[in-house]
Ligand binder design. Structure first.
Ligand code: SF4
Length: 366
């Protein structure tokens, strides 16, 4: 059973929930905890969920942490509630095909996942038959099922360095791809590193990141993805002005940014990395007390818990998709086992293969 007294204390002291808010929240957490236990269920929550959800979850983490946790779940767990966005729930289902996976709100999408589909992917594959194609984890299970490997913000550099094939293609978030490839230590190895940039004027535009040269592939508009570029609608909004303003008005010791930000913002940061990397980076910097972090606002919750002695500043931007999940629909999906995630056998198998390839490549030295 969860330590509800401890959760209440954290919500009150670290996350500043008022007594009247806690009077509403705590009975819901008690009910969630009771039903979860009775059903042998687990709750997975992304770091971009509200603090009460992160705290009641069996595991809160970034995509890689949630995928690893799901992969190792024992047989007696039959129900998984994924308080995440939809592509992560699909990812969990592909790792645990024999378990029932539900999501509180199936409309919890992602602008990066909407920026790639299998039609565009197949055109890219046709044009670069010898390429290794790596998909960022923020893609649908269908896209994952047709790439050579998946990567997350925590392991993208290692995957791109270790995968065989030339060119190496990363998709669909151009900003993420550019930041990751530019930051790779061993990128001058004779390979070309291409990023999917966008669809414009009937063409898929690919960029060779090391030379800046663009290449075009024709695509029929009807086959194009929902969005014509695959950037994050939260992270692509941060501006240079945000950083200048915070620096002007506060004493800031260190700036940390997520790799989905614009490259011009990544260049202004002291460190660029996914959520777990941010935590690791700060562990080695005890004297840096005032941290400006450029990422989704709810990420503040685990950072404030991990480093109560530091002050975190953020130009706060929430992900509307992540915020579709709340304690009410989480409780509902757990209780009624609704909004089940189902994948066809071929997609499950293909997505799982690409995920397993990620785990293999991550364990190799870069
Ligand atoms: S924060 Fe961006 S990348 Fe994450 S789920 Fe929301 S839209 Fe997708």
């Amino acid at each position: 059973m969860a330590d509800l007294e401890q959760i209440k204390k954290k919500l009150s002291t670290i996350h500043k929930y008022s007594d009247s808010e806690l009077d509403i929240i705590m009975p819901k957490l008690e009910e969630i905890d009771r039903i979860r236990k009775a059903k042998h269920a687990v709750i997975l929550a992304h770091y971009y969920q509200i603090p009460p959800i992160q705290l009641i979850a069996d595991k809160a983490g970034d995509s890689l942490a949630l995928a690893s946790y799901a992969k190792a779940l024992p047989n007696e767990i039959s129900l998984i509630v994924t308080s995440t966005v939809y592509f992560m729930a699909e990812m969990v289902k592909s790792m645990c095909p024999g378990k029932k996976v539900v999501i509180p709100d199936p409309k919890a999408g992602c602008s990066i996942a909407d920026g790639m589909n299998v039609n565009a992917l197949r055109k890219i594959r046709e044009n670069y038959p010898k390429a290794a194609i790596v998909a960022y984890i923020n893609t649908t299970a269908e896209v994952k099922s047709e790439v050579d490997a998946v990567c997350t913000s925590a392991n993208a550099g290692a995957i791109l360095s270790n995968i065989e094939g030339n060119p190496v293609i990363l998709l669909p978030d151009y900003f993420f791809s550019k930041n990751i490839i530019t930051g790779m230590r061993n990128k001058q190895n004779g390979k070309r590193y291409l990023a999917y940039k966008m669809i414009d004027d009937g063409s898929i535009i690919m960029e060779d990141i090391l030379t800046g040269k663009e290449e075009r592939i024709k695509i029929n508009e009807k086959e194009a993805p929902l969005l014509k570029d695959g950037t994050c609608m939260v992270h692509n909004k941060f501006t240079e002005f945000d950083i200048h303003e915070y620096r002007k008005n506060n004493r800031i010791d260190v700036v940390i940014a997520h790799p989905e930000v614009r490259p011009s913002i990544a260049n202004m940061a002291d460190a660029v990395g996914g959520t777990e990397k941010m935590i690791e980076y700060l562990k080695g910097k005890p004297n840096m007390k005032n941290v400006l972090f450029i990422t989704e606002c709810d990420m503040a919750a685990p950072l404030r818990e991990a480093f109560p002695e530091k002050e975190f500043f953020t130009p706060c931007r929430f992900c509307d998709y992540m915020r579709k999940n709340n304690l009410n629909n989480l409780l509902d999906s757990l209780k009624k086992e609704i909004h089940e995630v189902n994948l066809g056998p071929e997609i499950t198998q293909g997505a799982r293969r690409s995920m397993e390839r990620m785990f293999e490549l991550t364990s190799m030295l870069p």
